[in-house]
Design a protein around this ligand. Structure first.
Ligand SMILES: Nc1ncnc2c1ncn2[C@@H]1O[C@H](COP(=O)(O)OP(=O)(O)OP(=O)(O)O)[C@@H](O)[C@H]1O
Ligand SMILES: [Mg+2]
Length: 251
């Protein structure tokens, strides 16, 4: 069992190489993610942010290193991948809802099939969560009838329906029209307040500063600097971080 404040996920010397080592998407990442952390990952394009997130729930098979999740090395020990993935929800830039299924059907499919939850129970949970994100009245709608921001809120709810212990977000707002970004960030903020452990790749520096308790800066497949939002944004040390912040904050 993990206790509060002990590391829920310990990443050690994690590497992901492509093209026989020519591309080092991750090149020895080590970090602890504690229960209740809201870790924001920032860094230039191609720095390995998505690869890091995807490796955390084994959508990518790491080349080397270890990820100890709740005491188990999920890279090197034999694990039940489906069971493990239930514990780590992921939200992507694109929502990938089934177009021919209603919102409620989209939300209750996986709990019924993967977790063998009864239909009534799955629907009850889905409706409760939809209510929390302000979309209970859209349960019978189809994805095409929803805005991008609404669809992304549904995608977050879809992950939450599995009762995950950790939520991973890979640029969940970057495909949205600007006026819809706020409503999705608001849902993420509520989740953070409720104590969810979260790792978020985002370009939303306001969110990083306000909601994150830790900010991680990646470059060239590694973590170059890590700290509180104040340390990273107000007192950056590494020249590459300073350069990056100069670009994104003036944009
Ligand atoms: N399947 C793949 N085959 C070969 N190279 C890959 C593959 N996936 C990622 N890479 C490379 O790994 C590096 C890290 O990519 P990654 O997608 O993790 O970056 P990122 O920080 O998420 O970038 P962005 O901000 O553009 O999303 C890049 O150089 C990328 O081209
Ligand atoms: Mg990416």
């Amino acid at each position: 069992m993990t206790t509060d404040n002990s590391a829920l996920i310990k990443v050690r010397d994690l590497k992901k190489h492509y093209n026989y080592g020519k591309i080092k998407a991750l090149d020895g990442v080590s970090i602890d993610i504690n229960k209740g952390d809201v870790m924001v990952v920032i860094g230039p394009s191609g720095s390995g942010k998505s690869t890091f997130l995807r490796s955390l729930n084994l959508l990518e098979e790491p080349t080397e290193g270890s990820i100890i999740f709740d005491g188990q090395d999920i890279v090197n020990e034999k694990i039940d991948l489906d069971k493990f993935r239930e514990r780590m929800g992921m939200v992507f830039q694109h929502f990938n809802l089934f177009p021919h299924k209603t919102i409620l059907e989209n939300l209750t499919l996986a709990p019924q099939i993967v977790k063998h939850v009864g239909k009534a129970e799955a629907e009850k949970k889905a409706l409760e969560l939809l209510d929390r994100v302000g979309l209970k009245d859209r349960a019978k709608a189809y994805p095409v009838q929803l805005s991008g921001g609404q669809k992304q809120r549904v995608a977050i709810v879809r992950a939450l329906c599995m009762n995950p212990e950790v939520m991973l977000f890979d640029e969940p707002t970057s495909a949205l029209d600007p006026e819809m970004v706020g409503e999705v960030l608001e849902v993420m903020k509520e989740l953070a307040k409720a104590g969810m452990t979260m790792v978020c790749v985002t370009h939303e520096m306001g969110f990083a500063r306000e909601v994150g308790n830790r900010v991680v800066f990646m470059a060239d497949g590694n973590i170059i600097e890590e700290g509180t939002p104040e340390q990273i944004f107000d007192h950056p040390k590494n020249p590459r971080l300073k350069d990056f912040l100069g670009k994104v904050l003036e944009a």
